[in-house]
Design a protein. Structure first.
Length: 281
């Protein structure tokens, strides 16, 4: 009986630790207004500038009746909000290590998975809240945004945020400077987003295609962010792309995004057991 009570208390303490770490991440982020403005303002600026500048030259078909570039670009920008916020929320890992807070968490009597869960949940909550604010702009397009579709978009954004926050955790855990983290994440994040179908559709792979088109096709298909962006686009607009473009099915988008989240979170949990020089352990 005592063992059972001890186990229940330990589980409750672990969940309390994860909840407090999550809440700490959210408080730190929203107290820093420059980070809030940057995470939401930069993608919004991209959407307005590129959308207005490329709208006349962007044509999905020859009829000119397809979606405008602002409309096509919206799901990709929404995902960019989530990516930027989720990734850069994990900068706190480097800051916590430098300030000594992370060392205190590591020696606490809680599993490493709890610490990872708290950090990832905090980054995910921040990213999704920013994404929902930007999603409200979708009402400008007068899409058929039912509550079910809205909930589906939020769920998919949440899964994507878990994946990207875990990816940021993976990289930040081995870094000792925020400058190095920014350099690595810009090198990895922007190509993943640009090659996700957010900025331009995925060209179809047909017999006789040039090798460059084939390479671009498979690079974009192997990019896990592609399926998150396409999944959001499926729920925001029912207008299909022309046949000369490749579009993953909605089910494939959901499965691929969930696998991406599970894999990155598992790797983050595994790497959290490795000590680095800054841990002083």
């Amino acid at each position: 009986m005592a063992d059972l009570k001890s186990g229940v208390a330990t589980t409750a303490s672990a969940w309390d630790a994860a909840r407090m770490l999550c809440w700490r991440e959210m408080v730190r982020f929203f107290r820093q207004r420059n980070r809030v403005i940057g995470a939401l303002g930069q993608p919004l600026l991209f959407w307005l500038l590129f959308g207005a500048g490329l709208d006349r030259s962007f044509r999905l078909d020859e009829s000119g009746n397809a979606a405008s570039f602002l409309e096509y670009y919206f799901p990709g920008t929404l995902m960019l909000v989530v990516l930027f916020t989720a990734i850069f929320a994990t900068i706190s890992i480097i800051e916590d290590r430098r300030e000594g807070f992370l060392q205190s968490v590591l020696v606490a009597p809680i599993p490493r998975a709890v610490m990872v869960l708290g950090k990832v949940c905090g980054g995910t909550a921040i990213a999704v809240s920013q994404g929902i604010l930007f999603l409200a702009l979708g009402l400008l397009f007068r899409w058929d945004m039912t509550m079910l579709r809205f909930a589906g978009v939020v769920v998919l954004l949440t899964i994507s945020a878990v994946a990207m926050t875990s990816l940021g955790f993976l990289i930040a855990w081995r870094m000792e400077s925020t400058q190095g983290f920014h350099a690595i994440m810009n090198l990895a994040l922007m190509p993943m987003w640009l090659l996700s179908g957010a900025f331009f559709p995925i060209p179809a792979h047909t017999p006789g295609s040039a090798w460059s088109q084939v390479a671009l096709h498979w690079t974009m298909r192997c990019n896990p962010v592609t399926y998150a962006v396409t999944g959001v686009r499926h729920m925001l607009t029912a207008e299909p792309l022309p046949e000369r473009f490749f579009v993953p099915a909605p089910t494939v988008c959901w499965v691929a995004t969930m696998l991406f989240a599970v894999i990155t979170f598992t790797l983050a949990w595994k790497i959290s057991g490795q000590r680095v020089s800054g841990d002083l352990l």
